[in-house]
Design a protein around this ligand. Structure first.
Ligand code: ADP
Length: 358
């Protein structure tokens, strides 16, 4: 198997990487309704219409899929959906559903109008996925009892429910599963002003004294991700309380983020290790993600799903069919001179963007 073929097939648990320690703060900071949810205006508007329409017709809304990198608010939105519908939320995740029976028991315990949230839905086991098709479409499941020629299929009714699936890899969902969602919310990285707003809101909830320049500084280093913004705020608060008088301003923030290894554009130690390996060990690429992951001692899924989306968005890494490539900006970010062909490519792209390609 080639490295790139493997790239499409890796399957590791990235959750360990993306769920962080301060779970209590995470819960407190979650927005409770659509009005408190900052940013993602399109998704918010679309979701509002889907929910309001269903409420008006007095039916359960279509099943909803939320796609996007970790930490952008998918779980929060699932909670908000249940809240807006006045429904109970049942939470599970793809990796927790190993057998069809696991899912059958979750489904048979649902009550009318429940919202079932399945995180990492792309990782659900195949037999369970097939059971889910029927449940999503007809609100019933066929449970197989016994084995061999004596096996019997017993149809079980499922209470009408709304499935909310979340995935960091929408492309990994099978076609039949994707087709059964009536609405797909594509979550995008947040704009700096939106993150600034989130930091300010979180600081108020946590009782942190912070000024606007500090919020702006944290927002600019949060890689477009609310979970990271909240995490940086908590680390800066630690620093301000231990080394200062507790007030957070821009200079305290900068000093704290040096200690916590977050650079001026928000890259952390792992992001820099990935770029460093790509540039220094592989001459800028192309190289497959699994080779890159081995070089930095990480799981391929962590590199592909946690580091890369932001590195691509920051214009430092390109994903090509032949592997990952460092851009001229990445070389410069590491304090190195990019190879001439990258610089020429950069100038050509800039000219195309400015004057259009003929
Ligand atoms: P995901 O499920 O996409 O990994 P979460 O819903 O768990 O992301 O969000 C992570 C944290 O980020 C939440 O605890 C919440 O505090 C914060 N958060 C996410 N999106 C928003 C938002 N739009 N407004 C305010 N806080 C947010």
């Amino acid at each position: 198997m080639t490295d790139n073929a493997y790239d499409d097939e890796y399957e590791f648990d990235v959750n360990a990487e993306i769920i962080e320690g301060d779970a209590e703060a995470d819960t407190t900071l979650r927005p409770k309704n659509l009005d408190e949810f900052v940013g993602q205006p399109r998704v918010r508007e679309q979701l509002h219409l889907v929910l309001a329409g269903a409420k008006k017709r007095n039916v359960t809304p279509d099943h909803i899929l939320m796609a996007g990198p970790p930490g952008l608010g998918k779980t929060s939105l699932a909670m908000i959906i249940a809240h807006e519908l006045g429904a109970s939320l049942q939470l599970t995740s793809g990796p927790a559903i190993e057998r069809a029976g696991d899912l059958a028991s979750i489904l048979s315990n649902l009550v009318d109008g429940d919202v079932l949230f399945i995180d990492e839905i792309h990782r659900i086991a195949r037999p369970a996925e097939e059971l889910l098709y029927l449940a999503m479409e007809d609100f019933r499941v066929d449970v197989i009892v016994g084995k061999g020629p004596g096996a019997m299929s017993i149809p079980l009714e499922v209470a009408p429910f709304t499935l909310v699936g979340a995935t960091t890899r929408p492309g990994a969902l099978t076609g039949p599963l994707r087709d059964r969602f009536g609405f797909v919310a594509q979550m995008d990285f947040y704009e700096p002003e939106e993150l600034e707003h989130i930091v300010y809101r979180s600081a108020r909830i946590l009782g942190v004294s912070i000024d606007h320049p500090a919020c702006d500084e944290i927002a600019g280093r949060s890689r477009g991700t609310p979970r990271i913004a909240n995490r940086l705020l908590r680390r800066v608060r630690d620093f301000a309380e231990v080394r200062g008088d507790g007030h957070v301003d821009r200079s305290t923030t900068r000093a704290a983020l040096i200690v916590f290894d977050v650079d001026a554009v928000g890259l952390d130690r792992l992001d820099r290790a990935v770029l460093g390996a790509l540039v220094k060990s592989f001459g800028g690429g192309p190289v497959g993600v699994s080779t890159l992951a081995v070089a930095v001692g990480e799981e391929p899924a962590t590199v592909a799903e946690v580091c890369e989306p932001f590195l691509v968005r920051a214009g430092m890494l390109a994903r090509t069919p032949r592997g990952r490539i460092a851009t001229a900006r990445a070389w410069r970010h590491l304090g190195l001179i990019p190879p001439p062909e990258l610089t020429i490519h950069e100038i050509e792209t800039h000219l195309d963007d400015t004057f259009g390609s003929s």
